[in-house]
Design a protein around this ligand. Structure first.
Ligand code: FMN
Length: 325
């Protein structure tokens, strides 16, 4: 085990998804271990006051490191840490490595997985088969077009209810990079390319979520402008990801990252629909309709399909900022 291998593991783990791409994970090399820390300054005070999404994001980062370590033949043992937030860094987990791992089958897609917020190609029989192959005890795969359309309507309602909050929109806009000249375009947050917005659409999105929201809402035009029907068209499936209600969201985040990597390994792309899980009415309705047992929690949802467009560069912080002393 060398520090260089640990650095490479951390570099691969930065590909993990995180809410609004805030990238809360920081890593410290402590002799032969890696310590995962949360940069608490990057918490979403409005969108994630209880730190649920931060914990999912940190779990996803930890799982990224576990998968990356397997490429070096290393098995990673993850133990949770508790401790005080020292100058904005909160200890989350320790990863201890031992030899003897074979490469994780998801290693090949770890650096390729990305949110796909563009349109999908009409699903082929192969795409449907890839979607159905994802079925498992913690995910429900919905392929019926009428059920997807019903969930899309539910999503638009849930998403609009969240977007109506001015403080939520302000926080979201803070993490949006609508123009390439934004100094943090390639570093973090949601840039227009990742959101699949043209220059004009990006200007429109900035205005609708900003100064135009109130007048458009008063004219009842805002819901239609924010609706995402286009994103659901041609989706091969909707994936409902549910875990034991009592589970620590950090563990849910580890499993969520694996599920998303499986989507990409199947040749499909996915877009998170957090509003479906975050809105209690939407989540309850989906659980009822799709027979998700009561002691399960809808953690997240993804719409998945075959990407209709080219891949793009991911925005990530450099390793020098993610590795701390
Ligand atoms: C807890 C959590 C919640 C998320 N919620 C949403 C969401 O509601 N809408 C969305 O488009 N992406 C959502 N994402 C995806 C992130 O925005 C995405 O992972 C991040 O921008 C990094 O980009 P990447 O997935 O392409 O690596 C979420 C991710 C996580 C971990």
């Amino acid at each position: 085990m060398t520090a260089e291998i640990l650095r490479q593991i951390v570099a691969s783990a930065t590909a993990a998804p995180s809410v609004h791409n805030v990238q809360p994970a920081r890593w410290r090399i402590e002799s032969a271990d890696l310590v995962l820390l949360e940069d608490t300054k990057r918490r979403l005070a409005v969108g994630d006051p209880r730190g649920n999404d931060a914990a999912i994001s940190l779990g996803a980062a930890a799982e990224g490191a576990v998968i990356a370590a397997s490429g070096f033949g290393l098995r990673a043992h993850v133990t949770r840490l508790s401790g005080d937030d020292r100058s904005g860094l909160r200890p989350v987990a320790r990863l201890v490595f031992s030899p003897g791992a074979s490469p994780d089958p998801l290693l090949a897609v770890l650096g390729k997985r990305a949110s796909w917020r563009g349109g999908f190609q009409p699903p082929s029989a192969q795409d449907h088969a890839a979607a159905c192959a994802l079925a498992g005890e913690d995910r429900t795969i919905i392929t019926d077009p009428a059920a997807i359309a019903a969930a899309a309507a539910l999503y638009d309602r849930a998403s609009y209810a969240i977007m109506r909050g001015g403080a939520f929109r302000a926080e979201l806009r803070h993490w949006m990079r609508l123009n390439r000249s934004h100094p943090r375009w390639s570093r973090d947050g949601l840039n227009a390319e990742a959101m699949r917005l043209s220059r004009i659409e990006a200007i429109g999105a900035g205005a609708v979520l900003g100064p135009l929201f109130a007048p458009l809402a008063a004219l009842r035009l805002a819901p239609a402008l924010l609706a995402e029907a286009k994103g659901f068209a041609n989706a091969a499936a909707l994936v409902l990801f549910h875990r034991a209600a009592s589970e620590d969201p950090f563990e849910s985040g580890r499993a969520f990252h694996r599920l998303w990597l499986e989507v990409d390994a199947g040749g499909l792309g996915g877009n998170v629909l957090a509003a479906l899980a975050d809105d209690p009415d939407a989540a309850a309705s989906l659980c009822r309709t799709h027979a998700i047992p009561p002691r399960r929690r809808l953690v997240s949802a993804l719409r998945i399909g075959r990407r209709d467009g080219a891949p793009f560069a991911r925005a990530r912080l450099p390793l020098t900022e993610v590795l701390v002393r």
